[in-house]
Design a protein around this ligand. Sequence first.
Ligand code: NAD
Length: 262
Amino acid sequence: MTKETIDLKGRKALIVGVANADSLAWWAAKHIRNAGADVAMTYLNDKAKPHVAPLATELGAEILVPCDVAAPGQLETVFDALKEKWGTVDVIFHAVAFARKEDLRGRLTDCSAEGFTQSMLISCHSFIHMARLAEPLMQQGGTLITLSYYGAEKVVDHYNVMGPVKAALEATVRYLAHELGPKGIRVNAISAGPVKTRAASGIEHFDELLLEAAAKAPLRRTVDACEIGRVSVLLASDYGASITGEVLHADAGFHVAGMVFH
Ligand code: NAD
């Protein structure tokens, strides 16, 4: 038997969602690169570029292009760049979420149609859009990974509109897995435990949420971004070859906790 190692050498990975060095996407990019894959990264806009470009350089990313998933044509341009440079892509890592401040901080009951639509478009439909664009570049199969959260399954105070949006994202994972599986394309979500990032800072009482997560989780701790990066490598690799349509919890077991007494 050969030595057990996770080797992504020769694989091509697109990472969307790096904002800074705290981003879960950055940790996924680092670990996927460290496992040997070639990496392409995107940045949201000109304002974000100075924060992302040095990280892309540090990683030796072969492609760095702008990508606002809500801007018509930008995702197409990203995939054109992949096609031109690589011809194929093996891994798509989607770590994109957005909700208007008033919707993230307000009740779902009060969420406007526009706010809801915008959040769904950016946080959920963009994954569908990426799957469609990736499909022709994954003739030998591939893997699509997105990030979800426990608030998709159960009510989490202050998660508000993102709860139903992440629930839609998780259902999307299952339907895409069903549709693309016959082509050898796997589709999974990582349901990550709470980690302090810029997106997380938009959620009210996030520090309390972290404490609650650590207190209730079977491992009695929260997770870190590095751990989410490692799960990304697992799903991207042949070690995850039989896993598709899955929402894999990387949350120190928090999702199994019911009533916990202290
Ligand atoms: P982050 O702020 O570092 O990443 C969010 C990313 O979304 C940013 O890079 C931002 O530029 C991008 N984005 C927003 N609107 C966009 C648009 N229109 N086009 C392209 N990109 C856009 O925070 P993060 O916590 O690393 O978030 C990454 C993903 O992880 C999100 O889907 C988030 O919901 C999910 N997640 C986070 C946690 C957590 O506790 N941090 C837990 C579970 C799931």
